[in-house]
Ligand binder design. Structure first.
Ligand code: CA
Length: 226
């Protein structure tokens, strides 16, 4: 499970990240509303923890724009005790849960677990499916009918990203950041190479799922419902 933390208090953000990782989640941090919105718009997160008072864009605006863009990722809003009326604004704006600072780590983790259960396909399941394809997360195995292939780490990360966002176009930029990481000097053609590896594997499996190129933008999955 991947969690986005949008919190400008650097220390609190780091504490939250440690807490998530201790609980077996992957967590990314943004320290302002603008970059938080950009990250959240990728649609790759399972839960977003969103502070209200943020530089650049406040939490409510981030949430509104996110919902307006059709991103339904569950959002847990954080706010100071004094901002009680914010609660109403937050819930109206599409927040799923509200937590007032300071809070107990246990309380936060309980919220995260409850929110992640709202995304049924992500519920600790080992198997992701799309069209006639199945991706086994524990073994990196992609199966279609009676055939299966093992994916390399990067192929797996890429395929998982495609399957979790099957209705969306994934940009090359996004693939670079999510599969190779911010620090990497990988380029667009690394993405192209791995997409071609995946296409060969899909062909070998005779799957009806295809990775379609959206010119100048990126890729999306094309498939018929099983
Ligand atoms: Ca803040």
């Amino acid at each position: 499970m991947r969690i986005l933390i949008v919190e400008d208090e650097v220390r609190l953000a780091a504490t939250l990240q440690d807490l998530m990782e201790l609980n077996g989640y992957t967590a990314d941090i943004c320290h302002d509303g603008g970059s938080g919105l950009d990250e959240a718009l990728t649609g790759i997160y399972d839960v977003i923890v969103l502070d209200v008072m943020l530089p650049k864009l406040d939490g409510f605006t981030v949430l509104r724009r996110l919902r307006a863009a059709g991103i339904t990722t569950p959002v847990l809003m954080l706010t100071a005790r004094s901002e009680v009326t914010d609660k109403v604004t937050g819930l109206d704006g599409g927040a799923d849960y509200y937590l007032t600072k300071p809070f107990e780590p246990k309380e936060l983790m309980a919220c995260i677990r409850a929110l992640s259960r709202r995304q049924p396909e992500l519920r600790d399941t080992d198997l992701l499916t799309c069209g006639d394809l199945q991706l086994e997360r524990s073994s990196f195995t992609l199966t279609c009918g009676g055939r299966s292939v093992r994916l390399s780490r990067k192929e797996y990360d890429m395929m998982e990203l495609f399957m979790l966002n099957r209705r969306q176009v994934i940009t090359k930029e996004n693939l670079l950041v999510k599969v190779w990481g911010y620090e990497s000097d990988a380029e667009d053609n690394n993405v192209e190479v791995y997409v071609s590896f995946l296409r060969k594997k899909l062909e070998h499996l005779r799957s009806n799922v295809k990775i379609k190129t959206i010119r100048m933008v990126g890729y999306c999955l094309e498939f018929s419902e099983a």
